[in-house]
Design a protein around this ligand. Structure first.
Ligand code: SAJ
Length: 423
């Protein structure tokens, strides 16, 4: 019997892409890995690099700043724009989709091509970005095309090891989930899996669940599709209930008393850069078979249009309605506006009811995005300013400030509560 391979040690770890996932990953490795591990973060944005080297977080994530400032001050983490030599690379770049919902691998390809010239043999390259099955193998291909002198097979002097380890942290809870979540780790080869497990074990307390690269890729897509399908069920129920004159929130609460029923919550649509995106990677990989996954996407994507039409119907009786639009983030208590259905709803309402005045309340951002400020009939307001003389109050995000708001201000007004917080 062969002796087990010695635990891998990584003197330098390079994290490529310093966004919501890459930067916390880099900081966690720098703070928890062995004391002689040096972490180098790489990003194409010079402004990110400068901020990080000053110990500042370029986005909002509760409690993360002190961890980052600490590892930067101790010299354990530095950021730069060039890809350096390293023992392990973790690629955390965006994986947007193209018009046909197929992944656009351009950022992965660019990362692979920048890593390739730095390799000597023996390095580990991990893809963390959420990707369709087969993408880690594709990343290996990009590297090996640039470096035909290397191999992805195990056990040679010139072997390079490739693995997928999808991120699964919930924005807003990164400090807890980065350390505690179980990790799915899938190597392109068995040795790659072992090496990736050794690296993640340095900073993750959760279970290390090992598999192959394709299954790991599909596991991540499956988790987010599971949630999307379940939210679609809730959103479809909300339409059925409107048609039948039933209160959907009460209905779901009652049904959820059954010991094996746990329905999620309807809303104005599904946003963010994960759940509204990842199921399409399954659909594009297996277009004929993925009927339910695609249907769920269609149901959730059609919900903003339904909300817009409801507002237009209710606005007809007013001459120049004042509409208080509450919330434009993609989910409660965050400042993230990416793929936000609420933002899209407000943008379209400004066009579709040109006589309306839209007063937008978003307690988590200082300024409205350009997509809204370009409309002359949109302005930013506080809750009281927006609601006091509004004809229509449109609740789009269940931020805690709205849950606790003074509801007497809403008496006599048309209230459209897409999250059911005031039912
Ligand atoms: N939403 C509803 N009803 C619900 C729950 C959510 O309409 O009952 C909406 C939210 O308002 C939001 C969208 O769904 O618009 C997505 O929000 P979320 O909180 O469900 O998820 P994300 O996108 O912030 O994070 C997800 C998480 N995945 C799962 O819970 C399976 C997270 O663990 C992943 O790491 C993340 O995607 C990711 O990066 O993939």
């Amino acid at each position: 019997m062969n002796a087990p391979a010695p635990e891998s040690h990584f003197g330098t770890v390079c994290v490529v892409g310093l966004g919501y996932i890459g930067l916390p990953t880099a900081a966690f490795i720098a703070s928890s890995g062995s004391t002689d591990t040096k972490v180098i973060g790489v990003d194409i944005k010079q402004s990110f690099v400068d901020q990080i080297n000053a110990g500042e977080v370029p986005f909002f994530e509760p409690d993360f700043e002190s961890l980052l400032a600490g590892v930067v001050a101790r010299g354990r983490l530095t950021a730069q724009t060039e890809t350096p030599e390293a023992d392990a690379y973790i690629v955390c770049v965006p994986t947007p989709f193209l018009d046909d919902h197929k992944v656009d691998p351009k950022y992965i390809k660019a990362a692979a091509e920048n890593i390739a010239p730095q390799l000597k043999g023996g390095e580990l390259i991990i893809l963390e970005s959420t990707s369709p099955p087969g993408t880690t193998e594709k990343m290996a291909e990009y590297v090996l095309n640039a470096r035909p002198d290397l191999t992805a097979e195990d056990g040679h002097k010139n072997s390079v090891y490739f693995a997928h380890c999808p991120e699964r942290v919930l924005p807003g809870r990164i400090m807890v989930e980065m350390a505690e979540n179980d990790r799915v780790i899938g190597g392109v080869t068995p040795r790659a899996t072992e090496m990736a497990r050794d690296l993640y074990s340095t900073f993750c307390k959760g279970e290390m669940l090992v598999t192959d690269a394709r299954t790991a890729e599909m596991a991540k897509l499956t988790e987010n599709s599971f949630r999307d399908v379940n939210i679609a069920f809730a959103n479809e129920l909300s339409l059925i209930c409107d048609e039948l004159g039933i209160n959907v929130w009460e209905l779901i609460e009652l049904a959820n008393h059954h010991p094996r029923v746990n329905i999620l919550q309807p809303g104005p649509g599904v946003g963010g850069h994960c759940i509204a995106v990842d199921p399409w990677f399954i659909v594009s990989a297996a277009p004929t078979t993925s009927r339910l996954v695609k249907m769920a996407r269609d149901v959730n994507d059609s919900k903003p249009e339904y909300v817009i039409n409801r507002v237009i119907e209710r606005a007809e009786r007013f001459k120049a309605p004042i509409i208080a639009a509450l919330g434009i983030a993609f989910k409660p208590d965050i400042d993230d506006l990416r793929e936000s259905p609420s933002l899209g709803i407000v943008d379209k309402l400004a066009d579709q009811i040109p006589d309306a005045q839209l007063r937008v309340v978003e307690p988590n951002v200082d300024e409205l995005p350009e997509r809204l400020t370009k409309h002359a009939n949109i302005s930013k307001a506080t809750f009281t300013e927006a609601v006091t003389d509004a004809d229509i109050v449109l609740l789009l995000v269940d931020h805690h400030q709205f849950k606790d708001a003074d509801r007497t201000l809403m008496e006599q007004k048309v209230v459209i509560d897409t999250k059911g917080i005031w039912r």
